[in-house]
Design a protein. Structure first.
Length: 484
């Protein structure tokens, strides 16, 4: 046995004590004489371990979910699934988590009996939903939470958010995508909190009350506030869960047809005289070029500004492929594409005059540039959003029977993401159109092709017969000339 006299470190006949069957505690001999104090301590450890096993079996028969656990050679704790401690979040946002509670029970017969009674008590509180984390259950963490709460109680929420942002950048790259993630998925929700007040349950309620139940705004606000409370070490879980709402199903998009897309090209190029903006009056062709690129290549709006124009105009680019240069926009959503992006309708390159580059002279950040495009779609009353042109490109690929893996590469997706995202927008009309084009049209084309081929073969056969008769006549004439 090792020198620290901890029975957990003991072994006998090359068998560690924790691998020994506790019910055979009397047979344990250890490395010392049977009367030695250390061997007695080791046997006592095994005996209590066996007593805990028996106690847990009895608790299981009574369907008590809180169990005893030998947390050290001298103490017994309680283990089970409890509501999350203040500042904790369960797996996948669960309100519960597995904990081992150290209640200070001694590892002896009295401690086992007392621990059994406490386990039954806590299980009853869990069943009746009256369980609460009291200072004696929290132990040292109660003191820690108290000190932290005192330290942050006077800080305004705006200051806490600034600290939260500094923590965010420790695990995220500070580029365009990282900034967008912070602003869209974090700051956007945290702004609903009263910025000048200290963090409190009232502040959480004020923020949550600004969103409606059963909306994505409420769902993602709940998710973010849980993370923020965990960062601040504040127990706001009960308050937040009172406002929790299931994740709503996404709104079904109206994906524009090819005819609507062509009509939209004309609309977006019409000067909007009611708007005095210089861009509205003087840039109709620039807006049309951007629109045409989105429609023809299924780009994300911000990827317009990452198009490699020299490569696009290169005379060797006979298939009109578009390449993206992420360095132009400090990265794209999915990085560099592994292949060029083709126009699924090559004739649209000419229809929309895309090789005649009319890049808009927009100033400002990338976010501002894409926002202006969104606004232009709305003010021109296009009837759909820029991103809907991307969905139309995806469905067009299905109609043309482009393999899913290939379409995912064109669009910068994994196959899983492509299928999950774009199959959702395949409404009944789109599915019928695909069936009509892929099945009915193919069958019709096959019949017509067969008829045409039969006619060609009949004509070819007639021609060959005539040619054969002519050759026979020439042969006979040649033979007669020889005889004469």
């Amino acid at each position: 046995m090792t020198n620290d006299k901890n029975p957990r470190n003991a072994e006998w006949d090359e068998t560690p004590i924790d691998e020994w069957e506790p019910s055979k505690w009397k047979q344990w001999k250890g490395k010392h004489a049977a009367a030695d104090a250390e061997v007695k301590m080791e046997r006592e450890y095994l005996r209590i371990k066996h007593a805990i096993q028996q106690a847990n079996s009895a608790l299981s028969l009574d369907r008590v979910k809180v169990k005893l656990k030998l947390t050290s050679a001298k103490t017994i704790g309680l283990q089970g699934s409890f509501p999350c401690r203040p500042g904790d979040i369960g797996k996948n946002g669960s309100p519960s988590k597995q904990y081992t509670i150290s209640c200070g029970f001694a590892a002896n017969d009295v401690g086992v009996k007392t621990a059994i009674l406490k386990a039954r008590e806590l299980d009853l509180l869990l069943i009746t939903k009256q369980f609460q984390w009291t200072p004696d259950l929290l132990g040292k963490q109660a003191q820690k939470i108290s000190l932290i709460n005192e330290a942050i109680s006077t800080k305004p929420i705006s200051e806490l958010i600034a600290e939260y942002e500094r923590e965010f950048w420790k695990t995220h790259e500070e580029n365009r995508q990282g900034i967008r993630t912070w602003e869209t998925h974090y700051l956007r929700h945290l702004k609903k909190l009263p910025q000048d007040l200290p963090m409190s349950l009232t502040a959480l309620e004020l923020a949550l009350a600004k969103t409606k139940p059963n909306t994505s705004s409420r769902f993602f606000l709940v998710w973010q506030l849980k993370k923020f409370c965990e960062f601040c070490n504040i127990d706001g879980l009960k308050t937040i869960n009172a406002f929790a709402t299931p994740k709503p199903h996404p709104t079904i998009r109206k994906v524009p047809s090819d005819e609507e897309i062509i009509q939209g090209f004309s609309k977006i190029g019409t000067p909007l005289s009611v708007y005095a903006s210089k861009e509205n009056l003087t840039q109709p062709e620039q807006w049309q070029w951007m629109y045409g690129m989105l429609a023809t290549y299924g780009l994300r709006p911000h990827e317009l500004f990452a198009v490699d124009i020299p490569a696009f105009l290169d005379s060797a680019n006979s298939f009109h492929l578009v390449s993206l240069n992420p360095s132009l926009t400090e990265g794209t959503k999915t990085g560099d594409r592994s292949c060029g992006i083709p126009p699924l309708y090559p004739h649209w390159v000419e229809l929309f005059d895309l090789k005649n580059i009319k890049f808009p002279d927009n100033e400002g950040s990338l976010s501002n540039k894409t926002a202006k495009l969104q606004i232009r779609f709305r003010t021109a009353d296009i009837g759909f959003k820029p991103y809907d042109l991307r969905h139309a490109y995806a469905i067009r690929g299905h109609r043309l029977r482009v393999p899913i893996k290939t379409m995912a590469d064109y669009m910068g997706h994994t196959v899983q993401e492509h299928t999950k995202t774009y199959q959702r927008w395949m409404n009944e009309d789109a599915n019928l159109e695909i069936y009509r084009e892929v099945v009915i049209h193919r069958q019709g084309t096959t019949k017509e092709a067969l008829k045409a081929r039969i006619s060609e073969l009949e004509a070819e056969n007639t021609s060959l017969k005539a040619e054969n008769a002519t050759l026979k006549g020439l042969l006979i004439q040649n033979q007669l000339n020889k005889l004469v």
